[in-house]
Unconditional design. Structure first.
Length: 84
């Protein structure tokens, strides 16, 4: 697995924000860093990252644990869409 994906998963495991706004900002920053570190990205990876950011930024459920779980599932599949 890409070390940057592992780093993001570790961040999600250790992140302890209780404010959803702070959580969103920190995760968004990590997603942007992840995208930069994985270049060049396939079209599928770009779409996957974009969808993850949209889910994060436009979610109004304010449930950090639910979003953390969803992000873990999504990011673990990023390499599935990578170049063969």
């Amino acid at each position: 697995m890409n070390p940057n994906i592992n780093e993001f998963l570790n961040f999600l495991d250790k992140e302890d924000d209780t404010d959803y706004g702070d959580f969103k900002r920190e995760v968004d920053l990590h997603l942007m860093q992840l995208a930069e570190s994985m270049r060049p990205l396939t079209n599928e990876q770009v779409l996957q990252l974009r969808r993850m950011r949209e889910q994060l930024l436009w979610s109004y459920k304010d449930d950090i644990e639910e979003m953390r779980s969803l992000l873990k599932q999504e990011v673990s599949h990023l390499e599935d869409f990578g170049p063969s």
